[in-house]
Design a binder for this molecule. Sequence first.
Ligand code: SF4
Length: 188
Amino acid sequence: MLIHLSIELTRTQELERFWAPILQSFAAGETVLPPYLGLGNAGFEALITDLAASHIELYILPGQHKTPIRQVRQDIVNLRQSELQELVSLLMENANPSACYARFAAMIIACGCLGNRHLWKDLGLPERPRLSQIFAWYFPAIFSGNDRNMRWKRYLYKQLCETGGDYVCRAPSCDQCNTYQECFGPET
Ligand code: SF4
């Protein structure tokens, strides 16, 4: 059962709840995100400035964007650009207009989907429910559409499959699918 997020979040709450842990993990090299989280230099700087304005201090060194592993992640993002843009479009079509950082959230989720582990781990979040909260706040229609609590990455790709993509589904329905556990198994 998914947890409903019934409260309105302020900008500071968004930063504290979602962005501070992601940035902390990014600084520690624990995400699959490319340089600047995939937001570009300007987007990244805007986020850091907002965090500082909310008195949330993080230590990101400029050189941390240039590590070889992050460059590899950037190469993967470049190679899979059309897939990335499909994911971003899907998310932004369902974005909450009241949320401050929906476009940033769409970009990091799309970049995170190019990783190999569970999406919440590849984004550097402390637990899966935090990722569910991100969907609930930034992309409420996507959140409520996942009413069978499918793994989030799989759920996004299933939406792309249903609109003509060819990503995960090899069966006409989930109940007949021999990879059911990969979509609905626990994400531990
Ligand atoms: S269980 Fe099979 S049919 Fe259902 S979303 Fe996963 S891959 Fe697609």
